[in-house]
Design a protein around this ligand. Structure first.
Ligand code: NAD
Ligand code: DAU
Length: 358
């Protein structure tokens, strides 16, 4: 039988966070679920609209750097589990302006850890308390084509302000276990895709640009490799780590689906050509445009997920072709979700990053 929990999910209005909130409410219907999210440009309360009337659900608009607010929430909601997903998450934005990444990812994670430690101490250190720190494979740096995939013992070598800030927070979560015995767990996951993915990221950006007949900007030579995981598979991994993971441990999570960027974009073009009724430009592949490379662009990520498979019995369930088909269908049938996100602020960001092709 699984333990009933009172869970605080930070970043629950973002991409993975909102998928995780829906997952948790489906899988653990009796649990209290409190979402804390600052609703930055990447947070969207509408992602959780169907849960707003659920008696066990509460949404709090607030910042993970706000210690008094966190202390109050932990106490009044008697939280025993934290799933920490709030972050600044986009590498290109971290290159344009790293400040927010240090503030939220490092200072915010520290603030949460310290507040949770004090709360855990005040409750006499209950054994079932858990703090899951959700992190990324980017902390391990970049692989050559022949290197073995990242394992939990691969040394950290972050290359962007984003991955460096995530590495800093991983080290804090680890130190809180080793120094204080706080039951922290860390997951390092590969690239996710699926519903509610903000338009700035590769897969939604390409889907939306194909639908609008805009150039498809591929960085560099398009041969960089990412390991793609359908977001629901990631949510299931986070669930098993909370339920059965060993405090103090790190678990790598990946899809075993290494794909070169150019191949991925071509797959999306072909899927859109097949599924979208009226594309302004068809075949979509003619929209592919090579643009200036991302500074410090990591060449390849790959995850060895043997530990979570053998110790916790988790395996991805969704293949890339199945997941991409579902995702393309979702963007086709949710124009009302993504159209408002292409705001003047977003267009200004887009013009800065893609000045060569905008
Ligand atoms: P996202 O950018 O879509 O969502 C982040 C959420 O955090 C948003 O709702 C935002 O409003 C909220 N947030 C930002 N700053 C905050 C603050 N100071 N206080 C409270 N809330 C704040 O990100 P995502 O892609 O869903 O990623 C979620 C987590 O998973 C991140 O920690 C990220 O590093 C990690 N991760 C992401 C991927 C991926 O492929 N997207 C892969 C591995 C790990
Ligand atoms: O690996 C996990 C990470 O995956 C997460 O930690 C990050 O939060 C998440 O944003 C993602 O980072 P990436 O930088 O890999 O994702 P992104 O979608 O930005 O880019 C994927 C690849 O596509 C990368 O090699 C850069 C390339 N790219 C991206 C964009 C937005 C392009 O070629 N053109 C683009 O316009």
């Amino acid at each position: 039988m699984t333990q009933s929990r009172r869970i605080l999910i930070t970043g629950g209005a973002g991409f993975i966070g909102s998928n995780f909130v829906h997952h948790w409410c489906r899988q653990h219907p009796g649990d209290r679920v409190v979402v804390l999210d600052a609703l930055t440009y990447a947070g969207n309360r509408a992602n959780l609209a169907s849960l707003e009337s659920h008696p066990q659900f509460r949404f709090v608009a607030g910042d993970i750097c706000d210690r008094p607010l966190i202390d109050q929430l932990l106490r009044e909601e008697a939280i025993d589990t934290v799933a920490h997903l709030a972050a600044e998450s986009h590498v290109d934005r971290s290159i344009l302006g790293p400040d927010a990444f240090i503030r939220t990812n490092v200072v915010g994670s520290f603030t949460l850890l310290e507040a949770f430690r004090q709360h855990w101490l005040a409750q006499q250190q209950p054994e079932h308390f858990r703090f899951l720190h959700v992190s990324t494979d980017e902390v391990y740096g970049s692989l050559s084509p022949t290197d073995p995939a990242f394992s939990e013992t691969t040394p950290y070598a972050p290359n962007s302000p984003y991955s460096a800030s995530k590495a800093g927070s991983d080290h804090l979560a680890r130190a809180y276990f080793h120094t204080y015995g706080l039951p922290t767990l860390i997951t390092n996951c590969s690239n996710n895709y699926g519903p509610y993915h903000f338009p700035e990221k590769l897969i939604p950006l390409m889907c939306i640009n194909i639908l609008m007949g805009k150039a498809l900007p591929v960085y560099g030579d398009g041969q960089n490799v990412r390991d793609w995981l359908y977001v629901e598979d990631h949510c299931q991994a986070l669930d098993v780590v909370i339920q059965r993971g060993q405090p103090g441990e790190t678990y790598n999570v990946g899809g075993n689906n290494e794909v070169k960027n150019l191949e991925l974009v071509e797959m999306l073009c072909d899927l859109m050509d097949e599924l979208a009724p009226d594309l302004p430009i068809k075949p979509s592949r003619q929209l592919i445009t090579f643009v200036k490379d991302r500074p410090g662009h990591d060449r390849r990520y790959a995850i060895n997920a043997t530990k979570i498979r053998t110790e916790l019995g988790w395996e991805p369930q969704v293949t890339v072709s199945e997941g991409l088909q579902k995702t393309v269908q979702w963007y086709l049938s949710h124009r009302e979700w993504w159209q408002p996100l292409l705001s003047p602020e977003y267009q200004a960001y887009y013009a800065k990053v893609y000045s060569e092709t905008a």
